[in-house]
Design a protein around this ligand. Structure first.
Ligand SMILES: [Zn+2]
Length: 378
């Protein structure tokens, strides 16, 4: 037996003040436990960010490989004195474990680490591969973490499935499993006019007036219809500026910043085509600059969904709802490698808040759910 159970390991992780990008040796502790259990360990540091990859077993043609992914970093505490218990004290009070990172997501990291160790102890010659990937850069820019680890790992390892331990549950443990996220695409649209004196508009072209019908059409445009699991793509303008900052000049240019949250029914290419079509239809002179911040991902493996659904039902006695709500997550970087990615973790009600906490019973049950999922998947 490990010297930790899932509660004491969660507490040990919470006490390490790992505000992004500082890992505060959380990963050292996990690596020690995993290596004691026979896992192979690789530490990888990019910039200021620590990353840990650990694995056990081998890929083969007729077996599965399963990755748990998550993060050891946490968001800042906010006003420390507003907390019921100091944010890194990891105190259990009235059946709740309190602390920054208790829900997002150190209790899940503790639960999947111990579930993996338990599985390997019981099945030292198991089929397939089981692995863990954690970073200390999820809550920050997320550029030196999973995003850089995946291309590195993918050279030697291939994964069929990945479970990200982000807090997906809403009211009860296991009530929601995320099976995808919308993509996020930023576009900067510059409408070119002709600068001039406001008193002589006949010699100028005001880009704001030129763009007005186009903006009107954008506000009602339907990019796609979504599908059973995704709402239709949404397009929102976040800012509109012009190149003029005085009151007597008609500006040369107008710049519109906008963001798409898009379903897998659209792609960067299709959205680009659609917006060019609209701009041309309104005879605008324009330029576009794109920034793709997250591809959509979408888990479609009924094999994995059933394994999860049955495991949750056995431990929590509820049927989970599978959905694609929420913002972006590190899952987007993993799904790009052909991995079927889902997210399952504790209740997310208090994440990033003062007095972040989790029911200790939920942490214990989450470990049991993970154990059952591993057995079913491998
Ligand atoms: Zn998180």
């Amino acid at each position: 037996m490990s010297k930790y159970d899932v509660i004491t390991l969660s507490q040990e992780l919470i006490k390490r003040q790992s505000i992004t990008p500082n890992d505060a040796s959380c990963q050292q502790l996990l690596a020690q436990l995993l290596s004691d259990a026979g896992f192979q360990i690789e530490h990888k540091r990019f910039g200021e960010v620590d990353n840990l990859f650990a694995w056990h077993g081998q890929d083969s043609e007729n077996s599965k490989s399963f990755l748990f992914a998550g993060h050891t970093d946490v968001v800042p505490t906010g006003d420390k004195f507003a907390w019921k218990h100091p944010p890194f004290s990891a105190i259990v009070d009235d059946d709740y474990l309190y602390g920054r990172g208790s829900a997002d997501m150190k209790s899940a990291v503790a639960a999947f680490t111990l579930a993996m160790i338990d599985f390997v102890k019981k099945n030292p010659r198991h089929q397939g591969k089981i692995a863990l990937l954690v970073t200390s850069d999820e809550e920050g820019p997320a550029t030196e973490g999973i995003k850089k680890m995946m291309p590195y790992i993918a050279k030697k390892h291939k994964f069929d499935f990945c479970l990200v331990g982000e807090p997906s549950s809403s009211e009860k443990l296991g009530d929601v499993v995320r099976i995808g996220r919308r993509g996020s695409l930023h576009v900067e649209i510059t409408i070119h006019g002709k600068q001039g004196h406001v008193a002589y508009p006949q010699n100028a072209k005001n880009p704001v007036f030129l763009a007005a019908p186009f903006i009107q059409e954008l506000s009602q445009f339907s990019w796609d219809d979504g599908n059973d699991d995704f709402p239709p793509t949404s397009f929102q303008i976040s800012s509109v500026t012009t190149s003029s900052n005085t009151s007597n000049i008609i500006p040369a240019d107008m710049v519109i910043n906008a963001n798409y949250r898009y379903s897998p029914e659209s792609s960067k290419q299709s959205l680009e085509q659609q917006i060019k079509h609209l701009l041309n239809k309104h005879s605008l002179d324009y330029s576009l600059a794109w920034n793709l911040s997250g591809l959509p991902f979408y888990s479609q493996s009924t094999y994995l969904h059933q394994a999860i659904s049955k495991s949750i039902d056995e431990i929590c006695h509820i049927k989970p709802q599978f959905n694609t709500a929420g913002g972006t997550s590190d899952g987007r970087f993993i799904a790009q490698y052909g991995v079927d990615v889902v997210e399952l973790g504790v209740i997310n009600k208090t994440i990033h808040q003062i007095n972040e906490c989790v029911l200790t019973k939920d942490i214990i049950n989450l470990e049991k759910v993970y154990q059952k999922i591993i057995v079913r998947v491998l």
